[in-house]
Every structure is written in structure tokens, then in C-alpha cells.
Design a binder for this molecule. Structure first.
Ligand SMILES: [Mg+2]
Length: 504
């Protein structure tokens, strides 16, 4: 994906980073002549988009009256390319908008751990004695320094391309979670959370699926997907349009987040099918939608939660709302800025690797299209905000979640000092981690296919064959070269300890 993005950037968007070339074509691919009466020589010396010369004189060639640089070029300064450390760009949210994130402090999270086979229960019997925990506590008593170091490190995992490929397990991923859940020399839990740009399902469903694939209990309190921090927006907006995802799943997610009145594009199409002239609306869709008179509803914000399943309908409805008076459909605002409702995107990835050989367009591509259309129709830039990796808001939220998870497993709510981000995508996992001051590990099991390290966004802790190698290297750095990745049940610290027994 990174390579594809690079090629895309190099071929289409060269020299259009930031503010250069704002007025369109100056200095872009060496093209002068903004007014376009000049033909543009291509590599072979003929005009670009030349009519093929078939050797007979049956056609008349009309010279170009404009240059071949697309109209969209003029808007490109506003559009995000794949992020790069070279740009020193902190965030794609260039409009100075602050993003709210939720506080993670919760009442009780004890019941939120998911066991793949269900929690062990013996009806009528006392709970199974946690002998291993007692043993581990004794071992830990003898290794104060190592325990302190183990509680001062944490891992943040990207999921796809690191631990799994879609529904398929990456075997090293399973082993890594065993080690971090206590199968190590100290029998200690090493804090770790999951940070993905995935979307479109409730967190609990995602976590249950992941627990099954990885054969390890994973809690929703360790899990952040692209729209998880958008929960905080429920404090600000009551009536929202939620875009993207399969069926009505994102409506369910938004309602679970606490949004009181969640509208999806299907509700609007069911109310007035002429709003989306090319949409074929099924009976089933009509039956399951919630139409109402949207000329009487003020939609307060647009939240793109997941990939659009129908660009034509979604772009049309979003554009109608952005140009309306305060989010009321079938109105057009006189001033496109002052009455415009805000729009949020759950992540900004341009492309997404799938089973198709060439990566598919994702939310970032959808957003760029929307921005260009909006500018073309209104003449003003679309202000928008983006969550997800590598946006700062998502990393700040990860801190909240980590500190809260520390309380859960070690009864000590604070942020460990040495945080390791493990990811397969330099343009999101690595750049975001680098900017946030984390140690970054790039693995070769996913998007990254390059050489020694990524050139644009090098991982600062190194590149590893797989997640197990990355985790073991990081743990050896923090806990000693000879650290063992196995808990020895036969150890009896009381008999074999060095005199500093736990029960002296
Ligand atoms: Mg990934």
C-alpha cells in the first residue's frame, strides 16, 4: 500500500505539498501557461493526449485550448496526501479544530474480559485456586527490578497485517499474546492495547471475533478502532447523519455511543428517492429504514464512520447537507460557511489492502473527492476533521486507554514510560508513533514490503520479520538479554530462591 501511495503521489501530485502550487499549475511538472494556450510536450515530444496518428488524413486535429492539468489541481493544496515524516506535518487536521476524546475512567470493568470459551465456572463449587498466580507472585517478589521494568513498558498493536490477516491468524500473534498475558519468566501481565483504523462494527463484536482468532481473552477496554474516540461527540450533537458501513451497523454503533437521533442515508432516500437519482432502492431497504420529513429536521453534524458502500448517494446527500441552511435538507444556504454543519471522518487512509491485488480506495479517497467537489461547487475550502491513526487525537486517546488498562491489570493507573507501537503500515502506524514519541516497530507481515526500513517513515526501533520477533526484542531490551519467554511451573521460589523468600 505504501508503495502504491508513493507511486500515486509521485505520478499525480508531484510538488503539490502544502502551499506550493496553490494557484494551480505553476511549478507543477514544469508546466507554465496557466491560461492554457500552450500545448504541453510529453516525454516523446508529442502533445499529451495526442490523437493517435493512423497515417491517413480523415481526421482534423483541433489544438488544445487549455492545458491538460486537471481542474482539481487548483484544489490540491487542500487535500491530504499520504503523510510523511519528511513533510514534518503534524496532522491532516489543518484547520485548527480541536477534537474531543472520551475519558476512559469507568465504574467497573471487571466483567468486560472476554473468554473465547466462556469464563471457567464450576456450579456450586468455589472458584478454581489460582495456584499459578500465587506462584507468579512469589517469583515476582524476588525480582523487584524486572517487575518494575515490566510494569513500565507497554505494547500498542495494530491488528491487520500484524496479528491477523482478516479472519486468518498470524501464528506469531497468538504466541505474543500468551507471553504478554503471563507466559513469561515473571508470570506477569505486560500491558498491551489494540489500535486499528478498522471500523463498521461495535467494539464488543470486534473484540469477540479477535479473541476467537487469537485464542486469548481480549477486553473492549484494550481496544480502539477508528470511530471509538468519536463517542465523545455524543456530548456535542444530538441529531447526526452517520455514513458508511454495512447495512445499519454503524447506526447501531452510534446509538451505543449515546447519539440520541441517528440518521443514515437510507432514511433520507426512503423519504424522497429523487434525492439520489441513480440509486436502486430495494423493498427490504425501504422496510428497514426510518423515513421522516427531513425538511423539518436539523441535522447537526455528519459523521463518516466507515467506508461508503454507495459513493454516488452518500456524496450527494453529504453535499446537500453541507450546502444547506444548518443541516436542513431541501434548503440552500446563502453563505456556504456560516451555516455549514461540521463533518468528521473516522480515519484518513487513502487506500486499504484487500484480497484484490491492487489496494482499494478507502475513506481518505472518499474525503478527497468530497473536498474537491465541495470546493468546485462553492469556491471555499471544506473544513473537516479526521480521527484515526496517525491523527493526534487517537494517540492521546490511546494514552487514556493504556493508563486505564494499567489500573485494570496492575491496580496502578498511570502511563508506562516505554511504549512500543507495532505496525505494518509506515504511513499510519509508524509515522503516528514516531510523532508521538513512542518506540516504533515495523513488521514485514503486512503492507510494508520494502528494504531495510521505510524511507519516508522509518521505524525508530527497527524492522522485524514478524510480531513475535519485535515483542521479544523489545522485552529483552527492557527486561534483560536473558529474559525467558515461558513461565516455569516447576519453580518453587521458597525452596530454590536466594534467601529473599516471599514468605519469610
Ligand atoms: Mg495494519
Amino acid at each position: 500500500m505504501a508503495r502504491f501511495e508513493e507511486e500515486l503521489a509521485a505520478s499525480n501530485l508531484q510538488g503539490v505539498n502544502g502551499v506550493n502550487g496553490v494557484n494551480g499549475v505553476n511549478g507543477v511538472n514544469g508546466v507554465n501557461g496557466v491560461n492554457g494556450h500552450q500545448r504541453i510536450p510529453s516525454r516523446n515530444g508529442s502533445a499529451t493526449l495526442a490523437i493517435p496518428d493512423d497515417g491517413n488524413d480523415t481526421v482534423i486535429e483541433v489544438p488544445a485550448t487549455r492545458n491538460s492539468v486537471a481542474d482539481a489541481q487548483a484544489y490540491m493544496h487542500n487535500l491530504s496526501l499520504s503523510p510523511s515524516m519528511r513533510d514534518r506535518r503534524g496532522s491532516r487536521n489543518s484547520f485548527g479544530t480541536s477534537l474531543p476524546i472520551p475519558r476512559t475512567k469507568r465504574q467497573s470493568r471487571l466483567s468486560s474480559v472476554h473468554y473465547p470459551e466462556g469464563a471457567p465456572v464450576r456450579p456450586g463449587m468455589p472458584p478454581i485456586q489460582p495456584t499459578r498466580e500465587l506462584l507468579a507472585a512469589q517469583v515476582q517478589d524476588l525480582s523487584h527490578e524486572k517487575v518494575r521494568a515490566a510494569k513500565d513498558m507497554a505494547f500498542v498493536f495494530d491488528i491487520d497485517g500484524v496479528l491477523v490477516h482478516g479472519d486468518r491468524l498470524i501464528p506469531e500473534g497468538k504466541r505474543v499474546l500468551e507471553i504478554l498475558n503471563g507466559d513469561n519468566q515473571l508470570g506477569i501481565k505486560i500491558p498491551h492495547i489494540f489500535l486499528t483504523n478498522g471500523s463498521g462494527k461495535p467494539e464488543a463484536a470486534r473484540v469477540e471475533q479477535l479473541s476467537k482468532i487469537l485464542h486469548s481473552p481480549i477486553s473492549v477496554d484494550q481496544f480502539i478502532q477508528s470511530h471509538t474516540p468519536m463517542r465523545a461527540l455524543a456530548e456535542y450533537y444530538k441529531t447526526v447523519l452517520v455514513v458508511g458501513g454495512e447495512g445499519y451497523r454503524c447506526r447501531d454503533v452510534a446509538e451505543e455511543y449515546g447519539f440520541q437521533d441517528v440518521i443514515v442515508p437510507n432514511d433520507i432516500v426512503a423519504w424522497d428517492p429523487t434525492i439520489a437519482p441513480y440509486r436502486v432502492f430495494t423493498e427490504e431497504e425501504r422496510r428497514t429504514s426510518r423515513p421522516r420529513d427531513f425538511t423539518k429536521t436539523n441535522i447537526e453534524a455528519i459523521l463518516v464512520f466507515s467506508d461508503s458502500r454507495d459513493y454516488a448517494t452518500d456524496l450527494q446527500i453529504i453535499m446537500d447537507l453541507l450546502r444547506s441552511e444548518n443541516g436542513r435538507l431541501k434548503t440552500v444556504a446563502k453563505d456556504p460557511v456560516s451555516q455549514r454543519i461540521p463533518i468528521y471522518f473516522s480515519q484518513g487512509d487513502l487506500l486499504c489492502p484487500t484480497e484484490h491485488p491492487i489496494p482499494r480506495m478507502s475513506q481518505g479517497a472518499f474525503r478527497i473527492g468530497l473536498e474537491a467537489m465541495y470546493k468546485a461547487m462553492t469556491g471555499v475550502d471544506l473544513e473537516r476533521v479526521v480521527y484515526g491513526k496517525p491523527e493526534l487525537a487517537t494517540y492521546k486517546y490511546a494514552d487514556e486507554v493504556l493508563a486505564s488498562w494499567m489500573e485494570e491489570i496492575h491496580n496502578d493507573e498511570r502511563l508506562p514510560k516505554n511504549i512500543y507501537m507495532i505496525g505494518d503500515n509506515p504511513a499510519s502506524d509508524i509515522i503516528g508513533g514516531n510523532m508521538y514519541g513512542w518506540n516504533t516497530c515495523l513488521v514485514r507481515t503486512g503492507v510494508f514490503q520494502g528494504g531495510e526500513n521505510d524511507e519516508e517513515n522509518p521505524a525508530n526501533f527497527g524492522v522485524f520479520t514478524n510480531v513475535l520477533e519485535a515483542v521479544q526484542t523489545a522485552m529483552r531490551k527492557e527486561l534483560g538479554k536473558d529474559f525467558q519467554f515461558e513461565f516455569d511451573e516447576r519453580i518453587n521460589p521458597v525452596l530454590h530462591g536466594n534467601g529473599a523468600s516471599a514468605i519469610e
